[in-house]
Design a protein around this ligand. Structure first.
Ligand SMILES: [Zn+2]
Length: 210
């Protein structure tokens, strides 16, 4: 079984912030479609990590197919421009960006800062794992937080109301997660002790312990 990390290579919150950022040209150019674009971007940015506790970065991660699908999705939104088609286009584009960016980070392992895994994200098209490039070494790394902050602060200035609040919540979660990230693997055996057996396949194993 794939060893399951706590989150993706990059924080889920960073992916959602990137999804929101992808929607900002529409927020500026066509404010009446802004909400649809932002909701689509946020959902699409986060969606692939819904496979976190199954076969992570494989079941819902389609770097090639999401990228290919974004062409007709964007074309449809351009031809038939409604809130639904705009949200769908943003969701597909944000999911494609998420899956491609996962390959730029660390590998799938309990302690990704060690850099021992050669599996970043699964390419269903070629039928193999893409290797990690480690531009961002692991989810919750300082560079991950800084990237999220670099995207989140301009978003916070640009957006209003609920979306402004949403950005602040995402940044707060990122800050807490980045602060405790390297301690999380040590909690895995504690969680395994108290969790019901039904959860055990989803708890990272400890075989990469020193
Ligand atoms: Zn991911």
């Amino acid at each position: 079984m794939d060893r399951t990390p706590f989150l993706g290579y990059m924080m889920l919150t960073t992916h959602v912030l990137i999804g929101l950022a992808l929607a900002t040209p529409i927020v500026v150019a066509a404010p009446d479609l802004g909400t649809a674009a932002l909701v689509g971007g946020a959902l699409g940015g986060g969606f692939p990590d819904a496979d976190m506790y199954t076969a992570h970065r494989r079941t819902l991660h389609f770097p090639v197919y999401f990228a290919a699908l974004s062409i007709p999705a964007v074309a449809l939104a351009a031809i038939v421009t409604t809130p639904a088609t705009v949200a769908l286009a943003l969701a597909v584009v944000a999911a494609a960006v998420h899956c491609c960016m996962d390959a730029l980070g660390g590998g799938l392992e309990l302690r990704p800062w060690r850099g021992t895994s050669e599996r970043a994200v699964y390419d269903h098209y070629r039928g193999r794992w893409l290797p990690p490039r480690r531009w961002i070494r692991y989810d919750g790394a300082p560079e991950d937080f800084v990237l999220g902050l670099g995207i989140g602060v301009p978003l916070w200035f640009l957006l209003e109301g609920r979306f402004e609040l949403f950005v602040l919540v995402l940044l707060a979660i990122s800050a807490v997660y980045a602060a405790v990230r390297r301690r999380l693997p040590d909690l895995a055996p504690v969680v395994a002790d108290v969790a019901p057996d039904a959860l055990s396949p989803y708890i990272p194993d400890e075989s990469d312990k020193p």
